[in-house]
Design a protein around this ligand. Sequence first.
Ligand SMILES: [Cu+2]
Length: 223
Amino acid sequence: MALKAIPARKNLLARASATVAAVAGLLAGVLTGVADAHGSTTDPPSRNYGCWQRWGSDFQNPSMAQQDPMCWQAWQADTNAMWNWNGLYREGVAGNHQGQIPNGQLCSGGRTGGMRYAALDNPGQWKAVTKSRQFTLTITDQARHGADYLRVYVTKQGFNPTTQALGWNNLDLLTTTGRYAPAGQYQVAVNAGSRTGRHVVYVIWQASHSDQSYYFCSDVVLQ
Ligand SMILES: [Cu+2]
């Protein structure tokens, strides 16, 4: 842009800097949108959401290795798995979840994004929250995608997440919901039957805005 007329220059400069500010604002919005988009199971917390919640402000604290060893190994493997706790999804699965996700890789959505989430598949002493056998599960959707359905599974009695990686044959499907209109949260009532003790709750969230499927492992102790 050539600035010839001196009297207009100040005005032009002001407009130019306003434009720069507007573009910067847009960019920041886009970047924030990327960082903040999508979602996860926030109650009971998914593995990476839980790690982010507990250690996000203190992720270099070496005492995590003793206090929360599975989060420690996950942070060491790839910090982006926690910063992007809301980005554990695949696209274009067309409902063929079992076909796309191999046994042993359920918690990483079939290693979506390469190895970013792979540490979430590792068996071990993941922190587990205590829940009664009937509880309400909450998905937080920061992007307001809506849901075509939520599918909630829980591990069979006897499965041991501290020593076994999760496979489809370890799971019982408890419920498939109907659609949810776009909102900040979706809730579903879970009835885990007579199960007790340590379990993994596995959730598939099929978003509505496009064929985007999310996969979340949450560790619970049922009582
Ligand atoms: Cu999304």
